[in-house]
Design a protein around this ligand. Structure first.
Ligand code: ATP
Ligand code: MG
Length: 566
């Protein structure tokens, strides 16, 4: 597919990263580092803005499910989060204590995050859709001493397991928060945290197994801030909307911290996905930068062009996607439908911030996740025992990163062995297989766990799924390897059909024929089965290990993050 070249519309700002090849300012360029070595995410996100020229700028525009809008300026957000910090300290919070949040996207969540940073606690946001068991396992691993939640969520998800959380001492309910904050001072001396002090405990999506708790430090703010500017191209007048929930790392790094450190206005929508609502939101609030995920993009594609035509989406300047491979067709479609391509970027809970990206100033290659963030050392390697060897250009291998960037996780919580396994021979190993073209663009092949080995070929499920999605009947697709005595694995595909198509033998023949034509017989699925929907994590990732386990009659393993479960 051809690269998409972009043209700047009249009045649009120049991209922050003017020229990728010429390089960029350093990671810390947007952070005010104190001479005494203290550093606190909340101070960088709100404190300094509340004392500066952006104090009356709207920091958060919160949109309730009902549609009601509440604007919170930087000064207000600073004062409210200070009140929250005072409340925590008043209840006895000690430095490093874990403060969990189990709420929807309501203002209390954002005050809790910033208030916890200020107070020197470690913030751990959970998806409000989690059932009691995922809440229990995460809170007991993290030994949460504080929990911010709502009455209804408490009754349903926490009360049944409260006796299994001996570390939990204080439950702060959103319903009584106003009174608590009103009784606390709006002045708070931010804890004297330093770059290496813990700030966030984030659980991974659980796509490949039991979720791990990744610990991040205050120094991570440098990377949030920097990538917000360089990869998401944030400019001072932007209205940025990151659709992710803070229960997923994306919703914290780019749905709380990066927009605030950059001093822009961010949208928080309490409601879940709805194409009509989303377009209305973009139109009404003049969203300029929009960061979302492939599942949502595919749902928007399914909703079609008609709702787009009914809305004025001309405010959109920069579109980005993360979390799963973004199919090349989705990039081309967005360029046609919105006049803007989605810019895919890659990172993980462990990396804390975007590591590889498509940039405003570079042509987008549909299907590629882009090029490394300036200063990030990214290599494609092979494990040879204890040694790590770089592969030749064009060859597939594991994506490895040179340790040392500020938002690198410090440990899997209470699991030093697992932490150590990620680092070898001077590299952090990501577990993802990729390749790189001659111009330095990275292409996702698959997770090491998901890659299919068939008759001497290494097959990335993403390639198979992308081809299947190009068939007119296919809405969703997942591909796995199924053990075969002769070739090792054969490719088996699971497909959800678009409305109006039936799972007949003729449909099957047509889809397989299409796949064989696009992929060749060695890579095309040998078997096809139909599902209503794909099993996905709450962050929208296909759980191929579950497809595999169900196919082979094996135990399903940890399904705590499976969408629809509770
Ligand atoms: P777990 O580690 O618990 O199995 P997870 O890896 O899905 O879950 P996250 O940290 O939320 O948890 O996701 C990071 C992973 O998501 C990456 O390692 C990669 O496999 C995938 N990913 C993220 N962005 C992209 C992208 N742009 N293209 C392809 N894959 C991506
Ligand atoms: Mg992972």
């Amino acid at each position: 597919m051809d690269a998409i070249l972009k043209t700047r519309r009249p009045g649009e700002p120049e991209p922050n990263l003017v020229d990728y090849e010429r390089g960029a300012p350093g990671w810390w360029s947007g952070i005010d580092r104190a001479a005494d070595g203290t550093l606190n995410i909340a101070e960088q996100a709100v404190g300094r803005h509340a004392r500066g020229p952006r104090r009356d700028h709207v920091a958060i525009r919160w949109i309730a499910k009902s549609g009601a809008v509440r604007d919170i300026t930087y000064r207000e957000l600073d004062a409210l989060s200070s009140r929250f910090a005072n409340a925590l300290v008043g209840l006895g919070l000690r430095r490093g204590d874990r403060v969990f949040a189990l709420t929807g996207r309501i203002p209390a969540l954002y005050l809790a995050a910033l208030g916890t940073f200020k107070a020197g606690g470690i913030f751990s946001p959970l998806f409000s859709a989690f059932g009691p068991e995922p809440v229990r396992s995460r809170m007991s691993l993290g030994e949460g001493r504080f929990l911010v939640t709502t009455e209804a969520l408490y009754a349903k998800k926490v009360a049944p397991i409260r006796d299994q959380l001996p570390a939990l001492e204080h439950v702060l309910l959103a319903e009584t928060l106003d009174a608590l904050l009103a009784g606390s001072s709006p002045d708070f001396a931010t804890a004297a945290t330093t770059e290496g002090d813990g700030a966030l405990l984030h659980f991974t999506s659980g796509t490949t197994g039991t979720p791990k708790g990744a610990l991040h430090v205050h120094g991570a703010v440098a990377m949030h801030d920097y990538t917000g500017r360089i990869a998401l191209d944030l400019h001072p007048d932007d209205i940025v909307w990151c659709t992710a929930d803070p229960g997923w790392v994306t919703g914290t790094s780019y749905g709380i911290i990066a927009p605030l450190t950059n001093g822009v206005t961010m949208i928080v929508d309490e409601a879940e996905f709805d194409a009509e609502r989303w377009y209305e939101l973009i139109e009404r609030h003049r969203v300029t930068v929009w960061y979302t995920a492939p599942t949502a993009i595919r749902m928007l594609m399914r909703a079609g062009r008609e709702p787009i035509a009914r809305h004025d989406l001309s405010s959109l300047r920069f579109l980005a996607s993360v979390g799963e491979p973004l199919n090349p067709d989705a990039v081309v479609w967005s360029q046609e439908a919105y006049g803007r391509p989605f810019h895919d970027n890659w990172w993980q809970t462990e990396t804390g911030a975007i590591m590889i990206a498509n940039y405003a100033s570079l042509p987008v290659r549909p299907g590629s996740m882009g090029r490394p963030i300036p200063g990030i050392g990214a290599a494609i390697v092979r494990r040879e025992g204890e040694r790590i060897v770089e592969v030749a250009t064009g060859e597939e291998g594991e994506l490895a990163l040179k340790p040392g960037w500020p938002s690198m996780f410090r440990e899997y919580w209470r699991d030093p062995e697992r932490t150590a396994k990620c680092f070898r021979d001077g590299w952090y190993l990501t577990g993802d297989l990729v390749k790189r073209d001659a111009d330095g663009y990275f292409w996702f092949v698959g997770r090491a766990d998901d890659v299919i080995k068939s008759a001497g070929h290494l097959i990335g499920p993403f390639e198979v799924e992308s081809a299947l999605l190009r068939h007119p009947a296919v809405a969703e697709a997942g591909a796995i390897g199924k053990p075969d005595p002769i070739v090792g694995d054969v490719v088996k595909a699971f497909v959800a059909l678009k409305p109006g198509f039936l799972p007949t033998e003729e449909t099957t023949r047509s889809i397989i024929a299409h796949a064989r034509k696009e992929l060749g017989p060695a890579v095309a699925p040998r078997e096809l089965a139909y599902l209503e929907t794909m099993p996905r994590t709450r962050t929208g990732k296909i759980m191929r290990r579950l497809l595999r386990a169900r196919e082979l009659g094996l135990p399903e393993g940890d399904t705590s993050t499976l969408e629809g479960s509770s």
